[in-house]
Design a protein around this ligand. Structure first.
Ligand code: AMP
Length: 452
C-alpha cells in the first residue's frame, strides 16, 4: 500500500513527501481510512509506530474543508516534550495547508500562549494542566472542536491526569470524533474509553517491533558496580548517540554529572529541570551536541529523537511496557540499535517477564561481576544488525577481521585476567570454572559463541 491509496489532498501529499514518508506504517494503514470515515478510534500502539501521522494526516484532510481561526482539533498529551513533538510533526505535515497549530503547556509564560490563541489557530496540542488554566481564564474555548485526540492515555493515567481529562471533556461538544491512543490498557483507561468512544474501531499494533531491529543484551552487574561497567563499556564502544534510563530524577542527574566529569558530553532530562533547561537538553541531544542523555521514563516519554544508536537501561524498568518503550527509542526508521540492560540479582523477576513477552531469552554478557543467578543461562544467537553502529576492527586476539562491537572486550579482558589467575591457581577445569572464565563473544557473522 502507498499513501496514494488514501486520496489525500495535494497539499497534504506535499507534507508527506517533505517528511520523506514513502509507505504507510501498519498503524497508518489501519487507522487512516477509519479516521477519514469519521469513526472513533481506540489505538493500542506505542511511540515509534508512526501513530502521530496516523491521526494527524486524516485530521488535516478533514480540517482543510472547515472554517479557519477556530480550534477544531484538540490533541491532549501527557508531557511538554510529547506536545512539542506532535506540534512539530503537524507543522511539517501541514506546511502547505495553511492550517495553524500551537502547543500549550506549563513552565512557560501564559500571556504569549494566550496571544497566539487569540490570533487564531485550528489545532491545539496541549498538556492537561495548562489547557485547563486557559479554559478557566476563557482565553479560548473548545465549542467548535470536532476532533479530540488523547495521546498516550496510559501515561496520563500514570501521571494522575485522568481527573483533569474528565474536566476538559466538559468543555467539549458532545458531538465530535474522539481518538484515544495508549500503549497499554489498564482498567481505568478501558473505562474511560468505554465512556467517551462511540463504537470505536480498534487498532492494535503488537509489541514486536523493537525486537526486530534492536539487539538486546543483558549485563549482570551488582548495583554498586553499574557506573564502572557503564564507563568501561563507553570507553570501548562506538556510541554515537546514547539514551540512558535511570529509575529516579536524582540518579539521572548524578549519573550525567559523573559522565561529564569523566569527559563525556552528557546531560540529563528529568522533572527537576525548568522547561527551558529540559528543552536545551533535548535539543542539544537531538543536534548531537550531547552524545549521552540520561533520563527518567517520565521525562523521556514520547520524545522522538532519530538516530539513537544505544539505549542503556542503567536501572531495569518496573514494567515490561516501560522496557519496550525504552528500547523502542533505538532501532527506528530502518536503522538497527542496541539496548543494554544492567540487571542485578533483584531484577530477576522482571527480566523473566520481559523475556516472556519478547518470546526469547535476552542475550547475557559478563558484566564486571557476574551474578550467580545468571551463570547457568544458555545464550541465544544475536540477530545480526542490518546497519552496525560499530567500527569494523581487527580482533588482535584472534587475528580476524570482524565487526565485533568493541564493548565485548569488557568480557574479554575480564576473561583474560581470570584465565591467568585460574592457570596460576589450579589446572583443574571444573564446569563451574569454565562458566566463570567463559566470555560471550560475537563473531564477524553476528553469531554468538563462548570464548573459553
Ligand atoms: P511516532 O510513532 O509518531 O512517534 O513516529 C515515529 C517516527 O516514525 C517519527 O520520526 C516519524 O516521523 C516517523 N514516521 C511516521 N510515519 C512514517 C512513515 N510512513 N514512513 C517513515 N517514517 C515515518
Amino acid at each position: 500500500m502507498n499513501f496514494r491509496h488514501f486520496d489525500f489532498h495535494a497539499k497534504i501529499t506535499a507534507g508527506i513527501k517533505a517528511c520523506k514518508y514513502e509507505t504507510p506504517t501498519p498503524i497508518q494503514e489501519k487507522a487512516i481510512p477509519a479516521i477519514l470515515d469519521g469513526r472513533d478510534i481506540l489505538g493500542l500502539a506505542q511511540t515509534g509506530t508512526g501513530k502521530t501521522a496516523a491521526f494527524v494526516l486524516p485530521i488535516l484532510q478533514r480540517t482543510l474543508k472547515g472554517p479557519r481561526g477556530k480550534v477544531c482539533t484538540l490533541i491532549v498529551a501527557p508531557t511538554r516534550e510529547l506536545a512539542e513533538q506532535i506540534n512539530s510533526d503537524i507543522t511539517k505535515l501541514a506546511r502547505q495547508t495553511g492550517l495553524r497549530s500551537l502547543a500549550i503547556y506549563g513552565g512557560v509564560g501564559k500571556p504569549a500562549q494566550a496571544r497566539k490563541l487569540r490570533a487564531g489557530v485550528e489545532i491545539v496540542v496541549a498538556c492537561p494542566g495548562r489547557l485547563l488554566d486557559h479554559l478557566r481564564d476563557k482565553t479560548f474555548n473548545l465549542a467548535k472542536v470536532e476532533h479530540l485526540v488523547l495521546d498516550e492515555a496510559d501515561h496520563m493515567f500514570d501521571m494522575g491526569f485522568l481527573p483533569d481529562i474528565r474536566r476538559i471533556l466538559k468543555f467539549l461538544p458532545a458531538k465530535r470524533q474522539t481518538l484515544l491512543f495508549s500503549a497499554t490498557m489498564p482498567d481505568e483507561i478501558r473505562h474511560l474509553a468505554e465512556e467517551i468512544l462511540d463504537n470505536p474501531v480498534r487498532v492494535q499494533i503488537a509489541h514486536s517491533r523493537p525486537t526486530v531491529t534492536v539487539s538486546q543484551l543483558l549485563y549482570s552487574v551488582d548495583q554498586n558496580r553499574k557506573t564502572d561497567l557503564l564507563k568501561e563499556i563507553m570507553a570501548k564502544t562506538v556510541m554515537p548517540s546514547t539514551l540512558i534510563f535511570t529509575r529516579t530524577k536524582y540518579r539521572a542527574q548524578s549519573l550525567a554529572n559523573q559522565l561529564q566529569k569523566a569527559g563525556y558530553r552528557a546531560t540529563s532530562l528529568q522533572g527537576n529541570l525548568s522547561q527551558q533547561k529540559r528543552q536545551q537538553a533535548l535539543n542539544g541531544f537531538r543536534r548531537g551536541e550531547f552524545k549521552v542523555l540520561v533520563a527518567t521514563d517520565i521525562a523521556a516519554r514520547g520524545i522522538d529523537v532519530s538516530g539513537i544508536s544505544h539505549v542503556i537501561n542503567f536501572d531495569v524498568p518496573d514494567t515490561v511496557d516501560a522496557y519496550t518503550h525504552r528500547i523502542g527509542r533505538t532501532g527506528r526508521a530502518a536503522c538497527t540499535g542496541e539496548a543494554f540492560t544492567f540487571a542485578s540479582i533483584e531484577d530477576r523477576k522482571i527480566i523473566k517477564q520481559i523475556e516472556k513477552v519478547m518470546g526469547e531469552k535476552l542475550v547475557m554478557c559478563n558484566g564486571l561481576d557476574m551474578c550467580e543467578a545468571y551463570q547457568d543461562r544458555t545464550p541465544q544467537a544475536v540477530k545480526p544488525a542490518k546497519k552496525s553502529w560499530h567500527k569494523t576492527k581487527t580482533n588482535k586476539r584472534s587475528g580476524h577481521n570482524s565487526s565485533m562491537p568493541a564493548f565485548r572486550e569488557v568480557a574479554v579482558s575480564n576473561n583474560n585476567r581470570q584465565q591467568k589467575k585460574s592457570a596460576r591457581k589450579s589446572k583443574a577445569s571444573s564446569k563451574q570454572n569454565r562458566n566463570h572464565r567463559a566470555a560471550l563473544m560475537i563473531d564477524g557473522a553476528g553469531k554468538l559463541f563462548f570464548n573459553p
